[in-house]
Design a protein around this ligand. Structure first.
Ligand code: J2J
Length: 551
């Protein structure tokens, strides 16, 4: 391996997944030209007024790959990418895949707290950002961050206002006169398909976020097999509604499966119905993926829209719990089939099938995509629960890596000695053969699909002098499913307000979606038998207290 800190699949599994045809021995970037050859002048990507054919896309990708090499990036390097949905982001992603540079896919909401950590962990050689986004000066922050790193790190900027000291991403995309020659040169130095292709962010249950290294061939299989299960084909017009740095729109089946099939990818920068609906009509969008909170907004907005959404065939909803009663409304309201998706950046992907009856689609979160996805549902002692019982889901398989990147201590807990990933999700088998997600044992808050590590929030709050002990817990939120509540035991004689807590999060440069929405001062924490904070009991205590106050 070019990079340290990756836990490989044991050789017998490598052989098995290769023999089964799951892994095809090609780097992800290889496929760009294979698609161009097969689909040529068909439209691959639409982004506003920009329409790129498969050939255009391949030529831009190679031009960018070549420019990245010129700028000193090499096979085995990592870069930090924080971009809005755009055709340039897709091109950058694929250009990296041509030359073995692995993007760490950060979210636009991330600020110095997250970015500094990721840049250090992955030892990145460049940071790619928009000039500004929703009023925030990303270029300024990236410049400061790059200057503070021990390694040399470039700043590449997408936008109209690129400062002289930085690199203009758009200028790197300008095509070559002789694409065939460039293609041959890049083909000759293609990366190894077993190497790391990209880094996804983990939902995280630790004080510092973990990242997941996905290899070229595991991620290609992840997308291709998802596409097959979800019926993606050349007629698929996929709308990228969620931020494309997420696993869901990127590769489950998302952008990559659409390109594999020769369909059309349509980019939008905001999931708002007023942005999405006109584009669905104009482009004849057939599929998109949403989190429940956005599905809710779409279902409300569709009643009064004048836009024709009749081309929509499939809406995939996943990332957090979907209420069955609401699930039943989605298909009829949007005039399409609902597909529930229970996925994770760590690997395993589950989909309800398009031909599952509504009773199954509305009540279950789907089943795995691969016959080589291994599943165990276990109790607290690690023993399999009886069929139909609820327990923690453990999994291994051809697109579920065997460890987080550079996290040996955490891996010892998050993976069993024989390589099973402990998802932290509580599930049971439904009689249909699909999973029902019943809850979780992991210490995180799921805010509308964005995952927030409770220990990460606690570590920030804990730095306040007034705080003796802190526990972050999820409380119900009508719009996003869950909100971040911090429960604090104060130092004697001290006081604390929610505003002070939120000011600290802002000052520390923590992504806004992690800022606590509720503060509860308590005298003490309930403890479990082994002396840990009993968060279930604490949550119940807070809920009861709120009910009493409301009464
Ligand atoms: C309940 N909880 C769910 C669901 C994920 C496709 C779809 C989603 C993700 C994703 C993804 C859920 N109902 N339908 O990567 O490719 C919770 C579980 C899971 C965690 C993973 C994809 N779908 N979850 O959400 O890495 O707790 O991936 O373990 O962000 O989200 O989060 P993440």
């Amino acid at each position: 391996m070019k990079r340290d800190g990756f836990t490989p699949w044991p050789i017998e599994f490598v052989e098995r997944y290769t023999a089964a045809g799951h892994w095809r021995g090609k780097p992800l970037g290889h496929w760009t030209w294979s698609w161009a050859q097969e689909y040529g002048e068909r439209t691959a990507i639409v982004d506003g007024e920009v329409r790129l054919s498969y050939r255009d896309l391949a030529e831009h990708v190679d031009a960018l790959a070549d420019s990245l090499l010129d700028l000193g990036l090499r096979d085995g390097d990592n870069i930090l990418v924080q971009l809005p949905n755009s055709w340039e982001f897709v091109a950058l992603f694929l250009a990296c895949q041509r030359i073995g540079v692995a993007p760490v896919l950060a979210l636009l909401a991330h600020r110095e707290h997250e970015l500094a950590y990721l840049a250090d962990l992955a030892d990145v050689r460049a940071i790619v950002v928009p000039d500004t986004w929703q009023g925030f000066d990303h270029q300024g922050l990236a410049g400061e961050l790059a200057a503070s790193l021990p390694q040399r790190c470039g700043v590449f900027v997408l936008g109209d206002d690129v400062s002289k000291s930085n690199v203009d991403l758009r200028s790197l995309l300008e095509r070559w006169q002789d694409p065939a020659r460039l293609r041959a040169r890049l083909d000759a130095t293609a990366p190894d398909p077993g190497e790391i292709a990209l880094f996804l962010l983990s939902g995280g249950t630790t004080g510092t976020p973990k990242i997941i290294a996905r290899t070229h061939q595991d991620y290609e299989y992840n997308a291709r097999q998802s596409g097959a299960v979800c019926g993606f084909d050349a007629g698929t017009v996929y709308l990228v509604t969620l931020p494309m740095g997420h696993n869901f729109p990127l590769g489950s089946p998302g952008i990559l499966a659409t390109l594999i099939q020769g369909g059309r990818v349509v980019m939008i920068r905001s999931p708002k119905p007023e942005v999405a609906f006109p584009v669905i009509e104009r482009e004849g969008v057939t599929v998109t993926s949403l989190v429940p909170a956005i599905a809710q907004r779409w279902v409300e907005a569709v009643a009064t829209t004048e836009h024709d959404l009749s081309t929509l065939e499939l809406v995939q909803v996943g990332g957090s719990v979907l209420d069955p009663a609401f699930a039943a409304r989605i298909g009829p309201a949007l005039g399409c089939t609902l597909q529930q998706v229970y996925g994770m950046a760590e690997g395993l992907l589950n989909y309800t099938r398009r031909d599952d009856p509504a009773s199954v689609t509305n009540h279950t979160q789907g089943r795995p995509i691969s016959e080589d996805d291994e599943i165990l549902i276990v109790d607290e002692e690690g023993s399999p629960v009886p069929l139909g019982g609820t327990g923690e889901l453990l999994t291994r398989g051809p697109y579920t890596p065997r460890g987080y990147f550079r996290a040996p201590e955490h891996n010892a807990r998050a993976f069993s000695p024989d390589g099973w990933y402990r998802t932290g999700d509580l599930v049971r088998w439904h009689e249909s053969g699909n999973f029902v997600v019943e809850g979780r044992v992991k210490d995180l808050i799921n805010r509308g699909g964005e995952k927030i590590s409770a220990p990460e929030v606690e570590a920030v709050v804990d730095t306040l002098p007034a705080v003796r002990r802190v526990a972050a817990i999820p409380l119900p939120d009508p719009e996003y499913g869950e909100l971040v509540c911090v429960c604090v035991v104060l130092q004697p004689g001290r006081s604390l307000t929610l505003e002070e807590v939120r000011d600290l999060f802002a000052a520390e440069g923590v992504a806004k979606f992690k800022h606590p929405q509720q503060l509860e001062i308590v005298a003490d924490f309930p403890l479990t038998a082994v002396g840990k904070v009993d968060k279930k009991a604490l949550r119940q205590q807070i809920l009861t207290r709120s009910e009493e106050q409301a009464a």
